[in-house]
Design a protein around this ligand. Structure first.
Ligand code: CP
Length: 336
């Protein structure tokens, strides 16, 4: 039987996602289990993390397993991903060996590998995690690459628990771009678009200009999800119109894809849209809307102190849910 990885929520049916969310809600009530008893999880971080590392490591522990964290190029050997290359550069070993050796030690492999931010045509292939999935003989979990599926599940669980229902259909959902001094990964935005449309919400992607629209793949997923699950999808560049009547505001900053690798040309556009900050005035336009963010978040750059400290902010709840949903995913994958 083929190994089932968790690379994207789009690869998992709604029924399967619902079951994972239900299991996560149980873990939230009763945190200990034995689903990973005697099992090991290898967590590879090519980029920094606070929440993901902590919640995966402690989640494995709480289910009776053990997690090992590796940072290739720092405390583990740098890895080569090109096939057939003469490895006379920085990399000391090839993914073909790394993934297969780790599979002999560990029962699950988690990978965080952000884009290189030079060429989107290359980064959109998500080669690092797909290479792990190709060579590993155990399940591979996406801990954020060009999507962030664990954040998606944590976000949906937070919304379900906030609204007191698993049925989010018809909620007016705004995914808003916000300013950040650096061009950031589109992963969480891609993910929010995917999962909000998957759960039948009426989604508006609010961004400064058409250049900030997300990759065609994720726009197409959104349209496909709307066709299958109801709800809606539109793009807006008008903050007040987008916020008006919203039930959910989810914020993220990202770099405009047409400027990938030429970020000095994007900077003036980004700098001209600092007013996309989530503030009290915009939140007052919503339908008593709830606000969230994946964190980390720069206060008073992406969202004001008043919004972050308001009862409408469920970002901490969402962050907590990372622990619960990841335990549900690890337990499901370890059963294979
Ligand atoms: N939201 C999230 O993935 O946080 P970290 O980058 O701290 O892991």
């Amino acid at each position: 039987m083929a190994i089932r990885h968790f690379l994207s929520t789009q690869d998992w049916s709604r029924t399967e996602l619902d079951a994972l969310l239900a299991r996560a809600a149980q873990f939230k009530k009763e945190k200990l289990g034995d689903e990973l008893k005697g099992k090991a999880v290898a967590l590879l971080f090519f980029n920094p993390s606070m929440r993901t590392r902590t919640s995966f490591e402690l989640g494995a522990f709480q289910l009776g397993g053990h997690a090992v964290v590796l940072q290739p190029g720092k405390d583990a050997w740098p890895i080569e991903f090109d096939a057939g290359t003469v490895m006379d550069g920085e990399a000391e070993e090839h993914i073909a060996e790394v993934a297969r050796v780790l599979s002999r030690y560990a029962d699950l492999i988690g990978v965080r590998a952000f884009p290189k931010f030079k060429d989107w045509a290359v980064d959109r292939e998500d080669r690092v995690i797909h290479s792990f999935a190709k060579y590993a003989t155990v399940p591979v979990i996406n801990m954020e690459t060009i999507t962030h599926p664990m954040q998606e599940l944590a976000h949906i669980l937070a919304l379900q628990q906030h609204f007191g229902t698993t049925d989010l259909r018809g909620k007016k959902y705004v995914l808003t771009w916000t300013y950040h001094p650096k061009p950031l990964n589109t992963a969480v935005a891609n993910s929010a678009l995917q999962i909000a449309t998957r759960y039948g919400m009426d989604v508006t992607l609010l961004c400064p200009t058409p250049e900030y629209a997300l990759d065609r793949r994720y726009l197409d997923f959104a349209k496909q999800n709307v066709a299958e699950n109801g709800g809606g999808f539109a793009i807006s560049h008008d903050p007040d119109a987008a916020y008006r009547g919203a039930d959910v505001v989810y914020a993220k900053s990202w770099g405009a894809l047409p400027y990938f690798g030429k970020w000095e040309n994007e900077k003036p556009i980004r700098d001209a849209h600092k007013h996309f900050i989530v503030d009290e005035r915009k939140m007052a336009l919503t339908n008593h809307g709830v606000f969230s963010h994946c964190l980390p978040l720069r206060r008073n750059v992406k969202a004001t102190d008043a919004v972050m400290d308001s009862p409408a902010c469920i970002a901490i709840e969402e962050a907590e849910n990372r622990l619960h949903v990841q335990k549900a995913v690890m337990a499901a994958l370890a059963r294979q």
